[in-house]
Design a protein around this ligand. Structure first.
Ligand code: HEM
Length: 408
């Protein structure tokens, strides 16, 4: 059996050969249920199939079962529901509350503050002659940016990183302390079954109370004042929103930035190419995002009998879209395992999802952050001696926990 629910399969990064074999096989690939889970799942690894599933929210639901491989109970689904695990039309109404803050034009206004953050981190790394790239560069930039946008004060950014890390730990096999962060909720009711989700909700509630007393020009204030169908968000809905934004805005971009340092080490000619042709900056940023595929998969649940990639599916079947597989589909990408700064953007990679209602809300922001980081690295002509990466033990995120670098 293919152990796709086992984090160990991803211990050294994306299992490219495994995904290539799955893409080449007829139909979708079946994996039996993991111990403790009720049902096995179908794996979707071809680009066209990922796009088809992503764009059909009627046949492939995000609200049924769970968006991760293991099923959870109805009460647990209700307790954690945020826009990412809801279907239209309620998904559409929630997304509309924040979508205007993430348009390409709107995120451009953060350019100056992002650049300041990037420069500060690179200054410190250079002054120290190197260090842990994740701790010094890849982690603080995205959390700083998303916290600024939300309105989380600078002194709490490290706490948000810590909570985010603990959330991801819930996707590994590591045992978690159920009482951490003062948690009083059953773990099965919490996102990633992690007590850090409780910690983040409590923090969100406190911040919301502060903003009710003192409104500010930030997303938190916008969310507590927003109305959906004539009603304000409940405390729980607000906390779920907050958690999704912090986690999604932080963990993913951090992973791509961590991989970027490895790409710089492995493919220096591609970075030199952009130094000579700055017009390629955007496509290099997207190549980093494709190549790192920070989110390995999301799952949908089939709502009606259908056919996908040559396989008959029944209502209730789990369908797991392996973005990390589809992004290396040789029928779509020329020489997919090559890292190319000038790779065509048509068709698009699916690291942000295959399009449709749930397409990554923060795609423009993530692209901007990565472009600025690459630009500043090139300006300084920075080169590193890169040590061994320590991967996050997870089958859900392609994260790097630590990456030692020495500035050359
Ligand atoms: C390289 C960085 C990033 C990657 C690889 C990434 C990846 C993804 C993926 C795969 C999805 C699911 C798409 C789907 O189900 O069709 C998603 C959704 C989402 N992302 Fe990102 N993301 C990144 C950065 C960000 C940032 C910076 C934010 C900031 C707010 C963000 C916020 C979200 C939200 C809120 C959703 C849920 C959208 C919805 O359900 O409508 N992401 N992202």
């Amino acid at each position: 059996m293919i152990e796709l629910h086992d984090p160990a399969t991803f211990a050294a990064g994306i299992p490219h050969d495994l995904f290539a074999a799955m893409r080449a096989a007829d139909g979708l690939t079946w994996t039996d249920a993991a111990p403790g889970d009720s049902k096995g799942f179908w794996s979707v690894t071809r680009h066209s199939d990922v796009v088809e599933v992503s764009r059909d929210t009627t046949t492939y639901s995000s609200a049924v079962g769970h968006i991760q491989i293991y099923d959870i109970d109805e009460d647990a689904l209700d307790a954690r529901a945020s826009m990412i695990d809801l279907d239209p039309p309620i998904h559409t109404r929630l997304r509309r509350l924040v979508s205007s803050a993430f348009t390409p034009r709107h995120v451009q206004q953060y350019e100056v503050s992002i650049r300041q953050r990037v420069r500060r981190c690179l200054d410190e790394l250079e002054a120290a002659g190197g260090g842990d790239w994740v701790k010094m560069v890849a982690a603080p930039i995205p959390i700083g940016v998303i916290c600024d946008l939300m309105g989380v004060p600078e002194e709490d950014h490290d706490f948000m990183i810590e909570l985010s890390d603990h959330l991801v730990a819930g996707t590994s096999n590591e045992p978690l302390d159920p009482n951490a962060y003062g948690n009083t909720t059953e773990l099965r009711l919490l996102p990633f079954n992690s007590p850090a989700a409780f910690g983040m909700s409590e923090y969100a509630r406190r911040l919301a109370d502060q903003r009710r007393d003192e409104p500010a020009d930030d997303l938190i204030t916008k969310l507590i004042e927003a109305e959906v169908d004539g009603e304000r968000l409940s405390d729980e809905e607000f906390a779920n929103f907050f958690r999704l934004m912090i986690f999604a805005g932080n963990e993913t971009t951090r992973s791509s930035m961590a991989h970027l340092a490895m790409h710089l080490d492995q493919f220096p000619d591609q970075f030199e190419l952009v130094g000579e042709n700055p017009d390629l900056l955007g496509s290099l940023a997207d190549e980093v995002i494709r190549y790192s595929s920070a989110i390995l998969y999301f799952r949908r649940t089939v709502t009606q009998p259908t056919q996908l990639g040559g396989t008959e599916l029944a209502a209730g079947d789990k369908v797991v879209m392996w973005y990390a597989g589809a992004n290396f589909d040789e029928s779509v990408f020329d020489d997919p395992r090559a890292f190319r700064a000038d790779r065509s953007q048509v068709p698009a990679h699916v690291a942000f999802g295959g399009g449709g209602a749930h397409f990554c809300l923060g795609a423009s922001l993530a692209r901007l952050e990565l472009s600025i980081l690459i630009e500043e690295i090139l300006k300084r002509e920075l080169r590193f001696d890169v040590g061994e990466p320590e991967f996050v033990p997870s089958n859900f995120v392609n994260g790097i926990e630590h990456l030692p670098v020495t500035v050359l």
